[in-house]
Write a protein of this length. Sequence first.
Lengths: 453, 152
Amino acid sequence: MRLIEFSRCFQGVIPTIIASSDAHGMPNVTYVSQVYLIDDQHVALSCQFFNKTRRNLDANPFISAELLDPVTMQAYRLRLKFVRSEKRGPLFETMAMRIQAIASHTGMDGVFRLIAADVFEVLSATRVEGFLNDPGEAPAHEEVSVTGLRTELRGLQLVSERINRADDLETLLAAALDALDVYFGFHHTMVLLYDNDVQRLVTIACRGYGGGVGAEVAVGEGLIGTVASEQRVLRITGLEAGLRYGRAVRRSVMNRSGSVRPEIPLPGLPDAQSALVIPLLIEDRLIGVLAAESRDAMAFGEWDETYLAIIGNQIALGIDRALQDDPAEGAEPRPAPPPPPIPRPATVRRTLTYYRNDDCVFLDGEYLIRNVPGRILWKLLGAWKKDGRTAFTNRELRLDRTLGLPELKDNLESRLILLRHRLREKCPEIQIASTGRGRFALEIGADLDLVEK
Amino acid sequence: MTPEQVRWCEERGLSVIVGTADAEHVPSCCRGAAVRSKDDFETLTVYVPVATGQEIVANVATTRRIAVSLSLPRDNTSIQMKGLTTGVRLAPAADEPFVKEYVYGFADILEALGLPRRLTRSMNHWPAFAIDMSVEEVYDQTPGPNAGAPLA
């Protein structure tokens, strides 16, 4: 059989059994989380610990593997012969990244890692006859339907059009995630922008989660942080199985040494079974990360990876353009037309407190926002309270040194989006409305007490 | 094995895998359907489907060496037992309810992990060979730095 005929078995959804034997013929049988398909004559296994299988291979190069198709449960057997260990290069990097992401997510980075990618020659590949009571249809290898292809090509065109047409970053991201949902069936997606100042990624747009803008991930931490640090695409199927493996290692380490770093909560679906995470890059400069998740363990194939990478490139270009594009640049700040007043219930009274020592703004005693977006909010509210101003420009914010915006790549647009989202979620009586490119208005629908501590 | 380890080996829903090697030391593996012991795992009987276990049986007939790994899919806790085959027979019909219940327990665990029960139950488990073995060595096989450490 050709390996491609049962390619689903290589996605790592169901662990594979492997048997090895020592020099005296004593067998060892264990699981590996994933067998990597290299080509029709070669596969690779990950070597994470110097275990019995590894020692057996030094004495006896033959192993046997039994893989299961996660859709049909049909079993396939491989006879393999060890060829070499790779400790660097593209294969190693690809295999290492998945392990690093799982290890980082479970607080086990550095504890378990890829030691080597062990490459095997496939001596034979056979379907295990009689494995199932009712084998039904033999699983066909994944093919791309023409209908799907047309839909996705159309989706690609639409994403491009929408990104090019978008007036501002918020519209651009909303349009891109909407197109991914409608045309590609990616129902849970998020875009995180990279903040070079703090080496963190901040969720700036998401779809399918019912909130989540503002969630942060440190570069190098978890699935998303690993993609940012490695600047490589990560596609994980059978995510839950991978995390169970990581947690098993974690328990083992805890039993031995007592304490380990806490697990990092996934910023998206708590029960995601698969994830496709793409770095948004302009050449080698990290702009952010685009992540898609699914509760379906088989949701993302190579096809999706290819398409999402293309879309990711376009989104990265669009974001970069939007962040640099300041139409008010060079122009004198001038007041924008006043926005229509928002309904204001007479009895609403809110207290906002700004804590100077940690740049946090609290609303009625609850955390609202911090850092640069917090300082921006406080500046706007101060101007409103003192002079009754409601119209502002991006340019005047950029010129205000007290806000601490970096001179280059200040990400002001993304910080304003974050502030808008937080206000929409937490304080609808204060809104920031766009009044044209590079201009916005503060809309206040409550009596505000401003306290600075 | 400690009483605690023995109790763990008797848990419902364990995944059973079996490894052997032929006279040339070329290994083979297959999924087992069930395992049980009457003497706290000094010895055990592992049930291997006839449809898929013929190579395993041929190997133990030649070499007697066998490895059986038990694993709880919920948390990947695993123990591997190695030893020598003391007998191979076609499992009697009286054992079928036990084997079926064992497989269904495994299916229940996988169902909780997102793999539909009907898929796991569709795996052939009967008729089965019953392979008796004496347990000579026991190892911790839970992923992590202790994997491979002897337990007994």
